[in-house]
Design a protein around this ligand. Sequence first.
Ligand SMILES: Nc1ncnc2c1ncn2[C@@H]1O[C@H](COP(=O)(O)OP(=O)(O)OP(=O)(O)O)[C@@H](O)[C@H]1O
Length: 241
Amino acid sequence: MIELTGVTKSYNNTIKAVDNVSLTIPKGEIFGFLGPNGAGKTTTIKMITGIIRPNAGQIKINGKDIATDTLEAKRQFGYVPDSPDMFLRLKGLEYVSFMADIYEVPREVRSARILQLAQRFDMTNALGDTIQSYSHGMRQKIMIMGVLVHHPEVWILDEPLTGLDPRSSYTLKEMMREHADSGRTVFFSTHVLEVAEKLCDRVAIINRGQILFCGTFAEMQQHFQSNVSLESLFLELTKHE
Ligand SMILES: Nc1ncnc2c1ncn2[C@@H]1O[C@H](COP(=O)(O)OP(=O)(O)OP(=O)(O)O)[C@@H](O)[C@H]1O
């Protein structure tokens, strides 16, 4: 479960990148975080994950406050950032093993988990190569594997489907569904509205740092008395006057 209460962040004391955002994402849900470029999605995600601090407000993950109970809060989630260009000198297997070390994954289960993830993402033959030599999609997949190897309860994924081939994208979506259906939480940002419409239990639309709508797609259609696609509603909601 993720809870944000009155969260605000401004950079350089000027424009509010995130403005008084309150959201609750319960267990058992895939939650899609949508918004145009510069809307405040990554800033929100960086605050949830403790990378940057809000100017105001409170964030809890499974009841643990990221500001005051940081280590416990960080144990609750796995985070895939929007850019996978990290740890480039490590081999894929070294990176995933490093993540398993950090999160204290027992040695008895580690190899089986890594192999299973590698098979699901078609990465078995690439594990011995450096991340530097990977394509964008392969880098994305190794980052996802590094997160999933420690079985985090809450998944926080910033644009996770960018660059994935159709099979890997299908696999990740399937895994997100399995994770939510097993009573855990998936929070992800995306620009792919068809995916959000099909996959998410609820969505929030953020624009200029403020939440414009939060609910199910059906609730959104009801609210706007329209049975058009999520894409049409999104375009209407976020169009600048
Ligand atoms: N480090 C920073 N310093 C100053 N301003 C920033 C910084 N990071 C983000 N911003 C500004 O904050 C606002 C929100 O940016 P953010 O990256 O959160 O948007 P986003 O919704 O993730 O966009 P995108 O879909 O393009 O990734 C934008 O106006 C951006 O220019």
